[in-house]
Design a protein around this ligand. Structure first.
Ligand code: PLP
Length: 404
């Protein structure tokens, strides 16, 4: 007989994974994957950090290690260290016990649990996010029953920040609404506000009682300084107001598949924070009961040991430096070819991504004729490039731009 699932319709492919599959199936020796946001070495290989390898060895040899269940909120030491990483070692919010941190399944899980918490316990069910933003962002909130709206962010004419538009849209947002902000290394644009602009954003948001939810997936990937990159969050915490943060270790420690992250909620008082935490447990328990231990143990081993922490920072800086160097080399290559247009945004943008300004038609041309893969909005992952492949990309862009 027919399957009881006969009437299940086929869901559309998820674009970033579709690009990955198309790339894998392409037999061309010249193919180049600039799609999904993962770090690659100069040889185009995935990078397992040495300090992660070292931490794993220590964990394997630790006699007291076991695989018992963690509490619902995860590894307590990991939570403490994660809060310190994002809010700073001397954060008064942490000292006053006003922060609750729960260990979640990476940035995605932190965003999803945070959205669920807000849907159940916050009075406003609208979230504003930047236009454009990370493709999965709307999904976390829609799945929780929260209405998604956007604020202007990116100006396609300058490939930079539309700061005026952003302020106008936040100013017109319904009071109390949730605002999703990317702490640094904005995905997909590579465009971040500067600190003076952040200060204006903060003032406006506090004035209107808008609730900040920071997505922090690239702390350290912009300046190689964890403190400098976390500054936007710390400005909002320093004013005594409340906020949420979703911290991810996927990119910054190269722990993608380990799914390690933390959701923090900064509250006005320690009493509120502890009640909030009690409700987070009720949300997590029926979803996956408690998080996995391995990745969080790696992070904890690194963060708590000053020597390994130092090694991590060195490796983080090497990744960041390579990305910055790719920006400069790509800009130079485009400039050398006298390709029409101002390409200076390539070096002005920061973090792992650049929204190049190439349109969907040009991207399709690059894929078809040059086997270069990227999302149709023209976003490239700079870590997917190398000194060897940049001339090829620049030639391809030259051809794409000269067609129109
Ligand atoms: N947030 C942003 C801005 C991202 O770019 C990503 C991944 O690309 C994520 C969150 C989610 O990643 P993960 O769930 O691995 O932390």
């Amino acid at each position: 007989g027919d399957s009881v699932f006969e009437y299940v319709t086929r869901a559309p492919d998820i674009p970033v994974y579709a690009v990955m599959v198309a790339y894998k199936e392409d037999p061309s020796p010249f193919k180049l994957n600039l799609g999904i946001g993962v770090y690659r070495t100069e040889e185009g290989k995935p990078l397992l950090l040495n300090v992660v390898r070292k931490a794993e060895k220590l964990l394997v040899n630790e006699l007291s290690a076991n695989k018992e269940y963690l509490p619902i909120t995860g590894l307590a030491e990991f939570n403490k260290l994660s809060a310190k990483l994002i809010f700073g070692a001397d954060s008064s919010a942490i000292k006053e016990n006003r922060v609750t941190t729960v260990h979640c399944l990476s940035g995605s899980g932190s965003l999803r649990i945070g959205a669920e918490f807000l849907a159940k316990h916050y009075h406003q069910r609208t979230v504003y996010m930047s236009q454009p933003t990370y493709a999965n962002h709307p999904n976390f909130f829609v799945a929780a029953g929260i209405t998604v709206k956007t604020y202007r962010y990116y100006d396609p004419t300058t490939c930079g920040l539309d700061f005026q538009g952003m302020l106008e849209d936040l100013g017109a947002a319904s009071s109390g609404a949730i605002v999703l902000l990317q702490t640094c290394g904005h995905n997909p644009t590579g465009v971040d506000p500067n600190l003076e602009q952040w200060e204006q954003i903060r003032k406006l948001m506090r004035l209107k009682g808008l609730l900040p939810f920071f997505d922090c997936a690239y702390q350290g990937f912009v300046s190689a300084s964890l403190d400098a990159d976390a500054q936007p969050v710390r400005m909002f915490v320093a004013d005594g107001g409340e906020c949420l943060t979703a911290l991810s270790y996927s990119k910054i420690m190269g722990l993608y598949a380990e799914r390690v992250g933390a959701l923090s909620i900064v509250c006005k008082t320690a009493d509120v924070a502890s009640r909030v935490e009690s409700q987070l447990k009720l949300i997590i328990r029926p979803m996956y009961s408690n998080p996995p231990i391995h990745g969080a143990s790696i992070v904890t081993a690194i963060l708590k040991d000053s020597e390994m922490y130092g090694e991590w920072i060195t490796e983080l800086k090497a990744m960041t430096d390579r990305i910055t160097s790719m920006r400069q080399q790509l800009y130079n290559a485009l400039h050398d070819r006298a390709i029409p247009g101002d390409w200076s945004h390539i070096t002005k943008q920061v973090g792992m991504f650049s929204l190049t300004g190439l349109n969907a038609e040009q991207v399709a041309f690059l894929t078809k004729e040059y086997h270069i893969y990227m999302s149709s909005d023209g976003r490239i992952n700079l870590a997917g490039l190398s000194t060897k492949t940049i001339p090829y990309l620049a030639d391809a862009i030259h051809a794409a731009v000269n067609r129109n």
